[in-house]
Design a binder for this molecule. Structure first.
Ligand SMILES: [Zn+2]
Length: 267
């Protein structure tokens, strides 16, 4: 009898997890998605506003305008492509925002819903608008592919498991909020959103190339950018490099993804 109950429970959990999956746009990868978009976005927007209050945004209007311009170009290109392909609902609730924080760290991140933060320290590495599009395209790809929801979901499953999980999701947001803070809160205070896993990094590279190409930026600039990053891997590696290791494997994958991205690039 006990065995039968356990089996039933396992089947229920597997069914539940299967239903709680979604597909990543363009790559079609199935990902775990347990937290609602509404919950993800409200946590993200709260945290982003807090960051804006606690940090000084850049006074350099040329640099700030460049960040906002690149961001808007990519946003518009993604929105247009998604609308043409009946995928606009993937971007529901997005409240895009692009800012440049005065901070010597070479870093950038994007929170759920398109809340992008570029650190002034990364501009010399980006070198120009196209280099900046490499960074921002990659970060925007994490948000469009909803990698944060996936990470939250994986953390929920591994920390809570079966029945507890169902409970936690019913009684959210307290439990989910705690995991959010563990994943993002500390990271943002230290100046970086905690690292994504390798699979997500690879996916963000691939989608990032496509998104920058759609926005009219030559994706081939990504190879030079990541080479510049890897050359900085000495004694004081940039913050961005610690969460985005630029090794031979990464460069090889980016090179392999280039023909696909070039199809979206029209000059
Ligand atoms: Zn990344």
């Amino acid at each position: 009898m006990k065995k039968k109950q356990t089996r039933l429970l396992v089947i229920m959990i597997v069914t539940f997890l299967f239903q709680a999956c979604s597909l990543v746009p363009l790559t079609g990868r199935r990902q775990l998605s347990l937290v609602s978009d509404a919950d993800m976005l409200s946590m993200s927007y709260g945290q982003y506003d807090q960051f804006l209050k606690e940090n000084r945004m850049s006074f350099n209007s040329a640099d700030t305008n460049e960040v906002k311009r690149v961001g808007r170009n990519i946003q518009n290109a993604v929105a247009t492509y998604f609308a043409r392909n009946n995928m606009s609902k993937e971007l529901n609730g997005f409240a895009w925002e692009f800012n440049l924080v005065e901070n010597k760290e070479a870093n950038a991140w994007c929170m759920p819903g398109g809340k992008v933060m570029v650190y002034s320290g990364i501009l010399p590495l980006a070198q120009n608008e196209t280099g900046l599009a490499v960074v921002m395209g990659h970060e925007i790809a994490h948000a469009v592919a909803k990698h944060s929801n996936e990470r939250m979901s994986q953390a929920l499953v591994s920390q809570l498991g079966g029945q507890m999980l169902a409970q936690a999701l019913k009684q959210k947001p307290q439990q989910t909020q705690q995991i959010w803070m563990a994943l993002f809160g500390v990271g943002v205070q230290l100046g970086a959103v905690l690292p994504y896993n390798r699979l997500q990094e690879g996916e963000a590279d691939r989608l990032g190339l496509i998104f920058m190409a759609m926005a009219g930026y030559n994706p081939k600039a990504a190879i030079a950018f990541w080479l510049r990053m890897s050359q900085k891997a000495g004694t004081q590696p940039p913050e961005f490099l610690s969460t985005h290791p630029s090794d031979k494997k990464r460069l090889a994958k980016i090179t392999a993804a280039m023909p696909e991205a070039m199809k979206y690039y029209k000059k």
